[in-house]
Ligand binder design. Structure first.
Ligand code: DX5
Ligand code: ZN
Length: 221
């Protein structure tokens, strides 16, 4: 598997955001940009203007994780603002197939996310038309929560189906990914790991991100 690491900037220091990202730049492939609207999740985070500013810096590709109501209406705006991949939540979408088509028309990658209570079966049929499946390993809304081990069953099932049908879909795991959990995620079949507080809350984020990357790569072989 080709491991990809995304840094979730939700728990980075907002006043020194650019510095925080540049600090871990060498050990990440993507910047994971959590968009929260205070409705789909009980928290408010960043919006399009910050995404646009970050995209102009061209540090790494941007992976927008939309934890918002009505992605049908808003998803393309995030593509226009500079996201390279846009992931929306299945639970919030009225017409997932249409959103996928709309984003693909803009030549961006598209992902579908499922919350812990949503089964893999509910998203399975969309696999052939998406680029990323995001299996949430915490309830979306906040960084720094505990990784839910029982979500790994979904990752295992998805990995089986993706390999069996030779689909080109990345499996992303988001929430509580750190020293104790990153290897479990890759062993279950995840190849796109989101790392937030495990790196940004560490005393040496640069070192933590590099160590986590190395752990993911060595455990995925
Ligand atoms: C949670 C967000 C995650 C979160 C990850 O709703 O989608 O991206 O910031 O942070 P950690 O790694 O701290 O769980
Ligand atoms: Zn996220």
């Amino acid at each position: 598997m080709d491991i990809k690491i995304a840094a979730s900037i939700l728990n980075a220091d907002p006043i020194n955001l650019e510095k925080e990202i540049l600090n871990v730049k060498e050990s990440i492939d993507w910047i994971h940009f959590d968009v929260m609207d205070n409705h789909f999740v009980p928290n408010l985070s960043f919006g399009k203007s910050l995404l646009e500013a970050l995209s102009k810096k061209r540090i790494k590709p941007l992976d927008a994780h939309l934890m918002i109501e009505n992605p049908d209406k808003w998803a393309c705006d995030f593509a226009d603002a500079g996201a390279d991949s846009i992931t929306f939540h299945l639970e919030a979408a009225q017409d997932p197939t249409k959103i996928i088509k709309d984003i693909h028309k803009l030549n961006k990658k598209v992902g579908v996310a499922i919350k812990p209570k949503t089964s893999y079966e509910q998203v399975k049929e969309l696999l052939p038309s998406i680029d990323v499946l995001l299996v949430m390993t915490v309830e979306p809304g906040f960084g720094g929560q505990k990784f839910m081990d029982d979500m790994l069953q979904k990752v295992e099932q998805a990995r089986k189906d993706i390999n069996k049908n030779k689909l080109d879909v990345w499996i992303q795991v988001d929430g509580g990914v750190g020293y104790q959990t990153i290897e479990k995620a890759t062993k279950a079949g995840a190849d796109f790991l989101v790392v937030g507080s495990a790196a940004f809350a560490a005393s040496d984020p640069e070192k933590a991100m590099m160590e986590l990357r190395n752990l993911a790569i060595s455990s995925s072989k």
